[in-house]
Design a protein around this ligand. Structure first.
Ligand code: 6R9
Length: 566
């Protein structure tokens, strides 16, 4: 696989990444495999009996899986895949929560040389189908419930899907027809070690991400990304064997896989796998009871914790909380308000360290690293090896860094870092247009102050960030377009104090339909059924006309202004 715009990074950066590469266990001239770095290298050493995973279920039951056990379980899964006829590069998808099967599948698939792709379990059938089709999903691991409710109906429309493995769920339904029982298949599989067949450039991870237009993009990463996973696990989080690390992101998003599974394990840390969703009281308790040392979460959650802390009941809890084990708290995914940074310092004993990155960057690129003064509200500075700048695109196509400090421009990265995405699958033009003149253009607007700290300004496109989740307006519009009452629909984000933005749809109606409450409910229900609650619009606004460009494209930016009216 070719890295587009091969290595314009400067010599110092290349040396830096080469040095990081040498910290990994596999020989520099041999193969490279993320799962080997995350599991096997620890399993075979003195840290083999340390817990790799501490899985906590809804009733508070804790199950620990050591690196040695995880090595055997992932060997079994890798060999099972081989027995099922999977070839290197074939795609293995999960539609799971943070449960043991997720970790076994992700790491076992990587070991077998397959491409691992996580799906968000709150997606409805439409987004699932789009992604499984585009990613050519060959094996799906999910629960009986998810399978029957959302996926089984379109199985025949997925020509690449060969095997469905179903994890036993608390309802004990067993494996439905046409699926295999995950637990039994693992037990029956050969536990002997697997020599991963991959090199640094072989595809490893596929993450879907949303753009302004068209279907979601499938960003593909190679095994070399593990160089950044490991470097950031150490450099941003200071992780070492024995540390308890809790990343709260859902595994269906890039953060939940890269920092919820891979990066901390490469450093030998113990990962907290909390099966439940957000609950402020439970989260406070979990931080204390699990002696979390490093905590990686997101602004929406922090704002909800702050909200509870502002009540008498919340204060009673936080006043007595013992977070003495907490060494570092960090945040990602959306702008982190300065108040949140300071609240962390005052009430949890640690300020939040903001970090910036994207699905495409494959790992953290800009951060407030430990030991450097935090400027509350700033994302921090580029990591060593990362050349980031704020740039302008000249009419002749050249990319030039803006010269004056504090000037807003496009946040761009010099290409050539190891976890740079290698393609948008099947969309070469879209991939190429993310690069210009040796730079990767992030689609974010930012400014850099005189001391080199980066400040987030906004996005240059119309993508919505709601509770840290990237949502493409086009996908939401499509789910409403074929409602019999809808003439046209435009979707945009509306600012929200907790979630950052919420999804709002602006709808014009066909003649003969009344803009009433019953119709609003019918539209919301259709969107929720198809997209899932996390993606569906929370609000519908009926309008007479949608603002358009001369060529007839909906001006989503102006929609936002419309929505602020009565
Ligand atoms: C990791 C992840 C990427 C977009 C990114 C930006 C926003 C991420 C941020 C931030 C402000 C931060 N974003 N970190 N905005 N401050 N510290 O979130 O990946 O889902 O691809 O989203 O998220 O807009 O471009 P992804």
């Amino acid at each position: 696989m070719e890295t587009f715009g091969e290595l314009p990074a400067d010599a110092a950066s290349r040396d830096y990444w080469a040095a990081q590469r040498r910290r990994l266990a596999s020989p520099p001239d041999g193969g490279l495999n993320i799962a080997f770095e995350a599991v096997d290298r620890h399993a075979d050493g003195p840290d083999g009996d340390r817990p790799a995973l501490r899985c906590i279920d809804g009733r508070g039951m804790v199950e620990e899986i050591s690196f040695r056990q995880l090595a055997v379980l992932t060997n079994r899964f890798a060999r099972l895949l081989q027995r099922l006829g999977l070839r290197p590069g074939d795609a293995v998808f999960t539609l799971l929560g943070r449960e043991p099967a997720l970790y076994i599948t992700a790491l076992g698939a990587l070991k077998a040389g397959a491409v691992f792709c996580p799906l968000f379990s709150a997606y409805g059938p439409d987004p699932l189908r789009t992604r499984m089709a585009k990613g050519r999903c060959k094996v799906l691991v999910t629960s009986a419930r998810q399978w029957t409710r959302k996926v089984a109906a379109f199985r025949n429309a997925l020509p690449d899907l060969e095997h469905v493995l179903v994890v036993d769920d608390p309802w004990g339904q067993g494996a439905p027809g046409g699926t295999l029982d995950f637990g039994r298949a693992i037990e029956d599989a050969d536990p002997r070690p697997v020599v991963p067949p991959t090199t640094k450039d072989d595809p490893a991870l596929l993450f879907f991400t949303s753009g302004t237009t068209g279907a979601p993009k499938g960003a593909l990463h190679a095994h070399e990304a593990v160089v950044v996973h490991h470097a950031t696990a150490r450099g941003v989080f200071g992780l070492a064997p024995g540390d308890i690390f809790w990343c709260t992101a859902d595994p269906g998003w890039v953060t939940g896989t890269v920092y919820g599974i891979l990066a901390p394990l490469t450093a030998g840390a113990t990962v907290i796998a909390d099966r439940e969703e957000f609950d402020a009281v439970r989260w406070y308790r979990l931080l204390q009871e699990q002696s979390v040392a490093v905590w990686y979460t997101a602004p929406t959650a922090i704002r909800m914790l702050m909200r509870l802390d502002a009540t008498a009941e919340g204060r009673a809890l936080t006043d007595t909380l013992d977070l003495s084990a907490l060494r570092l708290a960090a945040s990602v995914g959306e702008p982190l308000n300065p108040q949140a940074v300071l609240w962390g310092k005052e009430r949890l004993g640690k300020p939040f360290h903001d970090t910036w990155w994207q699905t495409e960057t494959g790992g953290i690129m800009i951060a407030n690293v430990p030991g450097v003064d935090i400027r509350p509200g700033s994302m921090g500075k580029p990591l060593p090896g990362v050349q980031a700048d704020v740039v302008d695109r000249r009419p002749d196509g050249r990319i030039v860094p803006v010269s004056a400090p504090d000037t807003t421009g496009i946040l761009a990265l010099r290409t050539g870092w190891p976890s740079q995405f290698r393609s948008y699958i099947d969309e070469d033009d879209r991939y190429r247009s993310s690069f210009a003149d040796g730079w990767y253009l992030s689609g974010d607007l930012a400014r850099k102050d005189a001391d080199g700290y980066f400040w987030f300004v906004g996005r240059a496109d119309d993508v919505i960030k709601s509770a840290g989740h990237l949502i493409g307006p086009f996908e939401v519009e499509s789910a409403l377009m074929d409602h019999p009452a809808v003439a046209e629909v435009g979707v945009a984000g509306r600012p929200d104090a907790i979630a950052g933005e919420i999804v709002r749809a602006y709808v014009t109606l066909k003649p003969g339909f009344d803009a009433d409450e019953a119709l609003r409910r019918s539209l919301l229900a259709q969107a929720r059924q198809r997209l899932g609650a996390a993606v569906a619009p929370r609000e519908i606004v009926f309008v007479e006309n949608l603002p358009k460009t001369n060529s007839g494209k909906i001006l989503r930016r102006e929609l936002r202004a419309l929505g602020d009216g009565p």
